[in-house]
Design a protein around this ligand. Structure first.
Ligand SMILES: Cc1cc2nc3c(=O)[nH]c(=O)nc-3n(C[C@H](O)[C@H](O)[C@H](O)COP(=O)(O)OP(=O)(O)OC[C@H]3O[C@@H](n4cnc5c(N)ncnc54)[C@H](O)[C@@H]3O)c2cc1C
Length: 463
């Protein structure tokens, strides 16, 4: 997923910084001068942007002309109203919703490699909202709802397939947690229920639901709205949408320092020069503590590698996403027929992106416990990505003690599904200067105040 598809197409026609938040001007004057704030110019994410209509594709196919780039290259400006660090789904979605919902377009996304090179291009693309806490369920449900319309909003096919998500219970305590989750889910209006082995067998005929299995399956939490998406299409779609609304995406631009004067952020240092900005948003997931440290903000986050693997393609036989927390494994089948496997994070903190034989051996054993008939399938490749784990398995979102420095981090093994809602909420947070209700439980201050949002029972393995 190399982002080198962006060619130089010159600068945008519209002048930068047109009318709101003169550079270096911060605080109330920054916010007060936002045109379109509260949706006056915004479209609440539902605007249709330059499209791929069947007619245009046909016409263009015949023309033999080069296909237009999805996002452009720009010179690095000396200043932006908002600098977003990290070109993953969170950074790009935040930029997109800042532009579309709040009319804030003098925005730069700085990415040290290429967009989607972090977790956003390495994840197993599972979407669901059947979490454990009411705060978590409401938050992820909003994201699933945004995903349901994302292809239309971005005019880019993100291939969201709502095929159902099943979390297996192999013992009584897991079953109890599933029942608890089902009740919390239903109370929030989310479709989720506990089903027995017969129904599981009906939905996944290849699963060993016999009582002879080493870890017999007692039941499962079944969540029909869950499914999978094409992760790189989501990244490209947001990048294209943000670019079309005037955002600058700067790949190969590494942030090396954050300037803070008198408790307020004033800009960032990069390997291509300094940029002034009254607002800086940290969307760097696995690298998030390194960035926050630059601003002097400490976060309770540790980075762990998470591995995944994919098989050769076979005929479709698995309609549902299947997760087993006990066996530390999950599996789904892509539209191309490959089986995508994942597990829980490696047992040690590290910034290594290397996959290991130990993972493959464990994975093979656990998968065959669930579906012995897969023994002849061949793994095509495996890889790893970095996960920013918090103590309560919930994200950290919103302002920090440094004025103008915001964080959208702590996405662990489960943050891809949260891309749309996080982008929407962080854009509102920056535009209004305070977190919207939907993320109010996820502030950094919860760790000092002891108000944790414990999601371990729903987020440890089942991404
Ligand atoms: C194997 C695996 C499977 C997963 N499966 C799922 C799943 O099924 N469902 C799910 O919801 N989530 C899943 N996740 C988690 C998910 O991928 C992440 O939580 C999510 O992608 C985080 O997105 P992000 O935009 O915050 O960060 P990222 O996509 O990691 O982007 C951060 C970016 O910041 C850039 N950066 C870092 N430092 C700097 C710097 N100094 N200057 C400039 N740029 C910098 C990086 O290059 C990177 O591109 C999985 C993760 C992995 C690794």
């Amino acid at each position: 997923m190399d982002g080198s598809t962006n060619g130089a197409h010159g600068r945008h026609g519209a002048p930068r910084g047109n009318g709101w938040g003169a550079v270096g001007k911060v605080g109330s004057s920054f916010r007060a001068s936002v045109p379109g704030r509260n949706g006056t110019n915004g479209t609440n994410g539902s605007s249709k942007i330059r499209g791929y209509s069947a007619w245009h594709l046909f016409q263009h196919g015949l023309s033999n002309a080069e296909w237009p780039r999805n996002w452009r290259e720009h010179d690095l400006a000396d200043s932006y109203d908002v600098v977003i660090i990290g070109g993953g789904v969170h950074g790009l979605a935040t930029a997109y919703y800042l532009a579309v919902n709040h009319g804030i377009t003098n925005v730069a996304v700085l990415e040290k490699a290429y967009i989607g090179s972090g977790g956003s291009g390495r994840n197993t693309a599972i979407l669901r909202s059947n979490y454990l806490t009411p705060e978590g369920v409401r938050f992820y449900d909003r994201s699933v709802k945004l995903y349901e319309h994302l292809a239309a909003d971005l005019n880019f096919n993100v291939m969201f397939s709502q095929r159902g998500h099943m979390t297996l219970a192999h013992n009584d305590s897991s079953l109890r947690t599933m029942r608890w989750r089902a009740e919390v889910n239903k109370a929030q209006g989310v479709d989720s229920d506990v089903i027995g082995p017969d129904k599981i067998k009906e939905l996944v005929p290849y699963m060993d639901t016999s009582s002879y299995a080493r870890y017999p399956i007692l039941g499962a939490l079944y969540h029909p709205p869950g499914g999978i998406v094409r992760h790189d299409a989501v990244v490209w779609g947001y990048a294209r949408g943000a670019d079309l609304h005037g955002v600058h995406i700067h790949q190969k631009t590494k942030v090396t320092g954050i300037d803070v004067v008198g408790g307020r952020v004033t800009g960032v240092q990069t390997d291509r020069g300094r940029i002034s900005a009254p607002v800086v948003v940290n969307c760097t997931a696995g690298w998030s503590t390194l960035i926050s440290d630059m601003a002097g903000v400490e976060m309770p986050v540790q980075t762990f590698p998470l591995q995944a693997a994919v098989t050769e393609p076979v005929k479709p036989f698995l309609d549902t996403v299947v997760v087993s927390g006990t066996l530390h494994v999950y599996v789904s089948q892509t539209d191309r027929g490959e089986l995508v496997f994942g597990a829980s994070v490696d047992p040690f903190a590290s910034y290594s992106n290397r996959a290991s034989l130990e993972f493959t051996e464990g994975l093979g054993g656990h998968v065959l416990e669930l579906m012995p008939s897969l023994s002849k399938m061949r793994l095509l490749r495996q890889w790893a990505g970095l996960c920013d784990m918090t103590p309560d398995y919930s994200p950290i979102m919103g302002p920090t003690d440094v004025d103008g420095f915001y964080v959208d981090v702590g996405w662990g093994t489960y943050g891809f599904k949260a891309g749309p809602v996080s982008g929407e909420a962080m854009a509102a947070c920056v535009a209004d200067g305070r977190p919207p209700e939907i993320i109010s439980a996820f502030g950094l201050d919860r760790f000092a105040d002891g108000r944790l949002v414990g999601e371990k029972g729903a987020a440890a393995v089942g991404h």
